[in-house]
Design a binder for this molecule. Structure first.
Ligand code: SAM
Length: 355
């Protein structure tokens, strides 16, 4: 006995061993999801994500040799799967701009332990690529579509891209089995909130799931203001008034979207309230940038360089030890402590870290 406490009390040994095995962070959160960005480039210039004034002709995107190869990505995914990751989402930038992406999908589909392999895309190249992606082993797809109104959508993507081509992508994805498709609509007050109900009606009665997302203060280039956020509760009320909805249970602990069902049996929607009702306490996601930096929060200022670890000849055991130490030290809860003081902190851009 030292200082009146037993040895096991002092070292907290009994409590920390299970955490080491199951990879819990400082708040007891497991690592379950890995989001992998495969490029920082995008063919859209959404005003809230990659505004042209910043991401213009002179913007320097990552050089080819800095990007992780498909082999490097798969290696990290396999080690992460051994530590509890069951869900992998490919993202970007626009992931379908990465050449031969289906080869990576094929490699990840073969990783033991990854039960859910999905991808988030702006849909612009989906009609062309959906079949190859599905054949390679992709299970599902999430397509971003901020409005069905062409004028509103074109103003938001800022490259004059029409709604019809995204809808075509969703249709083809559905036909090749990447269904149900999740459709992400970021809602910005005064920009597209008047088109929320149209979006819901379009997919009501289909297997596809629209997810309405509160506009977030990711990165530092979009001039985010709290006034631009339409709270999820307001979105739910707006929908409930025309298409009555009722809450559903989460599919699994830590699920991002709050699920709602149409009372008339017309399917399901999701509302993602990371600003007004943060879900940090159950966040089980890590994000890998296209150049191999691992981030433990969407709002992080810095990441951990896994490319350096890989390219310095590390074994899988070394990589596993690195992931364990990163996750054990994790204490991020940005959305829960968001305030005027945190809004101006340096944060990585969404296009770099992956959505
Ligand atoms: N290019 C792909 C796409 O458009 O889906 C994948 C990358 S994108 C960064 C991933 C998702 O993040 C998209 O659904 C996009 O609308 C969303 N997003 C980007 N900036 C956002 C912000 N400030 N607030 C909320 N969602 C945002």
């Amino acid at each position: 006995m030292v200082g009146g406490r037993s040895r096991s009390e002092r070292t907290a040994f009994p409590a920390s061993v299970p955490d080491l095995i199951s990879m819990k962070d400082t708040m007891g959160r497991p690592l379950h999801d890995l989001r992998i960005s495969v490029t920082d480039r995008c063919n859209f210039r959404c005003r809230y994500c990659m505004p042209k004034e910043v991401f213009g002709r002179d913007y320097e995107f990552l050089a080819r040799e800095l990007l992780l190869s498909f082999e490097e990505i798969s290696r990290i995914a396999a080690v992460a799967a051994g530590l509890g990751v069951e869900k992998v989402r490919i993202t970007g930038g626009e992931p379908l701009l990465r050449k031969d992406l289906e080869l990576l999908i094929g490699m990840l589909a073969g990783v033991e332990g990854i039960a859910d392999l999905t991808l988030t895309t702006n849909g612009s190249l989906l009609a062309r690529k959906a079949e190859a992606l599905a054949a390679a082993g992709l299970r599902r797809v999430t397509v971003s579509l901020d409005s069905l109104d062409d004028e509103v959508f074109k103003a938001m993507n800022d490259v004059d891209f029409p709604v019809d081509r995204v809808l075509e992508g969703i249709e083809v994805a559905s036909q090749v089995g990447l269904s149900p498709v999740k459709v992400n609509m970021v809602v910005k007050r005064g920009v597209n909130d008047h088109t929320i109900v149209d979006m819901a009606r379009r997919f009501h009665g289909t297997p596809h799931i629209v997810r309405f997302i509160e506009y977030m203060d990711v990165g530092t280039t979009n001039g985010w203001r709290l006034d631009d956020v339409v709270p999820g509760s307001e979105i739910a009320e707006m929908l409930n008034a025309v298409l009555p909805i009722e809450p559903l249970d989460a599919n699994y602990p830590g699920e991002v979207a709050k699920r709602w069902a149409y009372r008339d049996g017309g399917g399901e929607i999701g509302i993602i309230t990371s600003v007004t009702q943060p879900f940090c306490s159950s966040c089980s996601r890590a994000r890998l940038s296209a150049e191999g930096m691992l981030y433990t929060c969407l709002f992080a200022s810095w990441g951990h360089d896994l490319r350096e670890v890989l390219r310095s000849g590390a074994s899988d055991g070394d990589l596993e030890a690195k992931l364990r130490s990163i996750w054990h030290a994790r204490g991020d809860r940005y959305s829960e402590i968001r305030s005027d003081a945190t809004v101006d902190l340096p944060k990585v851009e969404m296009s770099y870290i992956g959505g």
